[in-house]
Design a binder for this molecule. Sequence first.
Ligand SMILES: Nc1ncnc2c1ncn2[C@@H]1O[C@H](COP(=O)(O)OP(=O)(O)OP(=O)(O)O)[C@@H](O)[C@H]1O
Length: 541
Amino acid sequence: MGKTTPRTPMPTMIGKYEVIRSLGAGAMGEVFLAHQAAIGREVAIKTILPTVARGEEAEGRFRREAAAAGRLSHPNLVTVFDFDKDGDTLFLVMEYVKGDDLEALVRTRALAHAQFLEVLAQVCDGLEHAHRNGIIHRDIKPANVRVLRDGQRILAKVMDFGIARVEDSSLTATGIVMGTVSYMAPEYIRGGHATAQSDLFAVGVMLYECLTGRKPFAGDNTTTILFKIVSEPPPPIDLGELRGISPRIRAVLDRVLAKDPAARFQTADELAKALRACKDPSWTGTLDEATALISRHQAALAQDDGTVRMAPPPAAPATVAAPAPAGPTAQVAALPAPASPEGHAGRNAVLGALGLAAAGGIAWFTLRPAAAPATPPAPAALAPAGAAPAARPGPEPAGPAPSAKAEAAPAPPPAPARAVPPEPARAEAPRPAESPARRITGLLAADPRQAAAEAKAAVAQDPGNAELQGLYLAALYRGRNAWDFEKALVRAQGAGVTVARMISASAPFKAAMAEESRLQKTNPGAAVLPEEVLRKVLDAL
Ligand SMILES: Nc1ncnc2c1ncn2[C@@H]1O[C@H](COP(=O)(O)OP(=O)(O)OP(=O)(O)O)[C@@H](O)[C@H]1O
């Protein structure tokens, strides 16, 4: 975050290193420029506040993580030289990188778009090396990227591998630094587990920021930001903001910011290639102009790598970063396998439905500092591949309403042709043989209102089908608290969803409702539908 206020008087020595000056302070401690006399080189030393690394266990963890980071050697990663202790202060010695934080460069709009893309591609090069060595960064953000410029040449280096997540007074109540929260991947928020794809999501957030100067998931408190990450597409990018890059950037953004990690780029290398392909210097016009140009070469593009598809006019409105709804298979697979066709089918369907419905709403309840999760990650069914994006409470519509994508799309200016969302699966019409459950599952994320309408009809046709009941419930619940869920239950019950009555009548659910009413008195808007309650409700069924 590039904080620059030192917390403590500057030491003259740290271990065997002579301190030259402070480079800035972060959440965990301060960073100093220092001199290593024995070899005559300058180094950066990151001190870790004693309050942050309290106890042998924390110290051991820091040591292990520093050792793991120290084994990485790549031009796009800041090299870790040493890790030691001076008095009660732990410190990390690393390569000193002149230049600027990417955060400052984004703030000042100091680079051209194509240069930002090159920076991010190099970040991916570094990440690829780390991922291949089994190390996930978990805190990728602009403040952790240093950028050196030498004329037209650019060198980006990723800092702070594996040494970032701990609690101290400057952290929020959830144990996560505000600045960092904006870069957390949906699956990390839901399950507390970061993977290589989570690092790539963070690169996607940086990409959006580099292109627009704004964060894709903004809010004035942690909860809002987390909720948006899990449930909402980022605001569409104003096309006029983009210059000098290929329209393929739409496809890259869509894919890298997909809520479902499986829908993202699978390796950092793949993302690096996609980013570099977008910074073709021949693209000098706005994205709209470039899109028009591309449309004239539609046939050639169709044989390209499949990331951009031009629609025949009139095309669907462009969405720069609409959520990637999980495909039917992914969401169906999120339901636990029934132990017996009849016995647990209803429970399982409801479990899946609750997961789909509540993944956004309960996101912050499942937050844990990554270093020490207080509870195990949510099961697959509670952390579905694609959270339903429409989280605003509201009554079931009489008929189909604009899809989530359409809501997110900018008012399309007249343009000769425009790119449609890139993933072929999304553009395809449903297959004729698709079962109602599959179709509704596929619709849940993209168009929950339509999903509700279709599920209602399907339940009426097949009243005993627990899966359809669960899906109908999932489609109805677009709120984020027990009260909204209660409304969905009442509506579902009226339409013949028998499990809705069982849930309403269950003691844990009643307790959640009572607790929420109590909380609302002191904290209007408070929501009570934590994962624990869902589990208890389901256990009671
Ligand atoms: N190896 C380095 N070379 C040069 N400058 C560095 C190096 N490491 C950190 N800095 C700079 O020191 C300052 C503080 O870094 P620090 O990592 O503590 O901050 P941060 O990333 O903003 O904080 P945090 O991630 O802990 O919230 C930043 O401006 C950062 O760019």
